[in-house]
Design a protein around this ligand. Structure first.
Ligand SMILES: [Zn+2]
Length: 235
């Protein structure tokens, strides 16, 4: 099995790079199965989220933004190297549990990975021109910045090992299926401040990836919403 790990799709998110460094140091034999690229090299060099536009909103676009060109390069790279599984590594400033992000729960290799991963919460998102549009073999990790410890990196490495071995072990998951964005115009700052990510809000939905910086971001939404999660078993 061949796994492509993409680090720094957002240039200030270092989870993927740290994972790769840990693999080289501690588990270099796994590199037989793991390929690694930096998603957004220019943004990574500058340690900023992006240069012209969000790379994870640039897939399938053909404009002149640096990230739109980079999304095309990554797409071609994946077509050429044909990994069984693509893992995009993200971090967040939001207060939330570690979660896995997918476009669907379809795809043989992806299901094998989901079964292998210790992470319980799965967020199923709409495509939004993100990397999940590339196929059923793409998943992402979203890890809060303050949870990037060597223990966490080693848990992810163990996920990779179990996936390669098809050892399963973590079939039971909680699936949060994104139903919509939470638009800023629809909630007051007080309501937004009361949200607890991944827990049902009195407004009748589960807020996801909302945080203190949400109102400062250059988007018209605070995060995503999902109905109450489903207990699922990945077979
Ligand atoms: Zn990110």
């Amino acid at each position: 099995m061949k796994i492509l790990v993409i680090g720094a799709t957002h240039g200030n998110e270092l989870l993927g790079v740290k994972l790769y460094e840990r693999l080289i140091k501690q588990r270099s034999r796994l590199l037989e199965h793991v390929d690694f690229i930096v998603g957004n090299p220019r943004a990574y060099a500058a340690r900023q989220r992006y240069i012209d536009s969000d790379l994870n909103r640039s897939y399938g676009k053909k404009g002149h933004a640096y990230e739109e060109g980079r999304a095309q390069e990554i797409t071609q790279y994946i077509r050429r190297t044909k990994p069984d599984l693509v893992l995009d590594m993200h971090t967040t400033t939001c207060d939330q549990p570690v979660c896995l992000i997918v476009g669907s729960t379809k795809g043989k290799a992806k299901r094998r990975f989901l079964r292998a991963s210790h992470v319980k919460a799965i967020l199923q998102v709409h495509p939004m021109d993100s990397i999940v549009t590339l196929g059923d073999n793409v998943a992402a990790y979203e890890v809060p910045n303050d949870q990037i410890t060597t223990e966490l990196l080693d848990s992810i490495i163990a996920d990779l090992q179990r996936c390669i071995d098809d050892a399963g072990g973590h079939e039971r998951k909680k699936l949060f299926a994104m139903s919509d964005k939470i638009f800023k115009r629809d909630v007051t700052p007080e309501q937004a401040a009361s949200f607890v990510n991944f827990e049902l809000s009195p407004l009748g939905f589960v807020p996801i990836m909302t945080g203190e910086n949400s109102y400062k971001k250059q988007t018209d939404y605070l995060g995503f919403k999902s109905p109450a999660p489903k207990d699922i078993r990945i077979r």
